[in-house]
Write a protein that binds this ligand. Structure first.
Ligand SMILES: *[C@@H]1O[C@H](CO)[C@@H](O)[C@H](O)[C@H]1NC(C)=O
Ligand SMILES: *[C@@H]1O[C@H](CO)[C@@H](O)[C@H](O)[C@H]1NC(C)=O
Ligand SMILES: *[C@@H]1O[C@H](CO)[C@@H](O)[C@H](O)[C@H]1NC(C)=O
Length: 385
């Protein structure tokens, strides 16, 4: 009798332990397949490629870049960047390396993004998105099979340098010249995404453009003062962003198995700029590291005596145009798990498990998020994202 009792208890115990610890990933209903993360675009997603392509001194390889982790490794932040957090949330056990670095482990993806990248033109010591896609295609056969590519996430942030260059070269462009430029930039983006799709990629995350006129370096270069953004660049970014969702809807309709989502980076930055205390940032209009009216130029350059803030995590921007690790971590969370007000039609957590070859049932819808940014402080809701 006693022995039976003991046996029952131990059997139950073993059963409980097995139930609790058998494959803990699936317990939460969040099983994420072992796929990769590939990033394309400019400095925001560069994991060290600029260091390889540039013959000149690249400040991002040195202190104070990487300061928060004692690890200046070519990333444009005081520490990790948003794709690093996304990779962690996807359960990828190694850091996504820079594709151009020799002898790196690209088994779970790679960063093809390079600082100064553009869609149009021929950027100096950098690659256009088109050249990044070609580089991916060159490396494909030796590194990734079709199944991995199809199930992996392809994240793209590109276009800011095109508009910054356009505005500098054409300060007096009228509305129709602006529209024509936006059309050529977004057409090129569509073309390059199609090339990736033709290479076997099927899950795309497009991050729309930041309010470029609110970057500290832009406020400083155009002398807007502390409170104002340079609206001409914000307008260009808005015109660009308005085209992205509808363009991807069309691509998903036309191409079988094409899946995408759009991260509303524009409003994520704007909300933090306008209501900084809600997000625990003290300074959002000037950067942590650099010189000038907005502390926005020359962070880490040897011939510049740049200032460095004491507490990076209270700043939205680390240098004149790149976010602090604290902000990058927030963006990582939003990309992976936010609701459709911030990333739609789904977040990355959903995109990774969305069955391949299935058409998406939801499409991207224009939001009224820009008006929600203005709503009163008392309304809890996605203003806090
Ligand atoms: C590359 O990383 C993966 C983990 O993502 C690991 O399983 C594999 O052994 C690594 N390969 C080498 C050559 O280190
Ligand atoms: C920048 O703009 C100039 C003038 O429009 C153009 O010639 C050049 O190709 C552009 N550079 C890039 C990298 O797009
Ligand atoms: C930052 O700029 C916004 C407008 O763009 C302004 O409302 C706010 O007061 C500024 N914040 C700081 C801390 O200067």
């Amino acid at each position: 009798m006693m022995a039976d009792h003991c046996n029952l208890v131990s059997v139950l115990g073993v059963f409980l332990v097995l139930t609790l610890f058998h494959n803990p990933i699936t317990v939460a209903g969040q099983f994420i397949p072992p796929v990769g993360l590939f990033t394309f675009g400019d400095s925001n997603f560069d994991a060290g490629n600029k260091q390889i392509l540039s013959k000149a001194f690249v400040a991002q390889g040195f202190w104070p870049y990487g300061k928060s982790r004692d690890d200046p490794n070519g990333k444009f932040s005081d520490g990790l960047i948003a794709p690093d957090f996304v990779a962690k949330f996807m359960g990828i056990p190694i850091e996504i390396p820079a594709a151009l670095k020799p002898n790196v482990n690209v088994s779970r993806g790679a960063s093809f993004a390079v600082a100064d990248a553009t869609l149009l033109g021929a950027p100096v010591e950098s690659l256009t998105l088109n050249q990044q896609v070609r580089k991916f295609n060159q490396m494909k056969a030796a590194n990734w099979n079709d199944d991995v590519i199809k199930k992996s996430v392809f994240m793209i942030y590109i276009g800011a340098n095109d508009y910054l260059n356009f505005t500098k070269s054409n300060p007096n462009a009228d509305a129709s010249a602006q529209q024509a430029f936006v059309t050529s930039v977004t057409n090129k983006l569509k073309n390059d995404i199609s090339l990736l799709y033709a290479s076997g990629a099927s899950k795309f995350v497009i991050q729309n453009l930041a309010p470029l006129g609110c970057l500290p370096i832009v406020r400083q270069d155009y002398s807007t003062g502390m409170d104002q953004c340079y609206e001409k660049l914000n307008d260009l970014a808005k015109q660009h962003n308005e085209k992205i969702g509808p363009m991807l809807n069309d691509m998903a309709k036309a191409a079988p198995g094409f899946q995408f989502t759009v991260f509303d980076f524009y409003n994520a930055i704007l909300r933090r700029t306008q209501r900084h205390m809600n997000f625990r940032f003290f300074i959002t209009n000037s950067s942590c590291c650099g010189v000038g009216t907005h502390n926005a130029y020359g962070c880490g350059l040897p011939n510049v005596h740049s200032m460095l803030c004491e507490y990076q995590r209270s700043y939205l921007f680390f240098d004149g145009r790149h976010n602090t690790e604290k902000a990058q971590e927030m963006f990582g969370h939003l990309l992976f798990g936010a609701d459709p007000n911030v990333i739609q039609p789904m977040n990355i957590r959903e995109l990774v498990v969305y069955p391949i070859d299935e058409p998406m049932r939801e499409s991207w819808e224009p939001t009224t998020s820009s008006t929600t940014v203005q709503t009163s402080d008392s309304s809890r809701g996605y203003a806090f994202y």
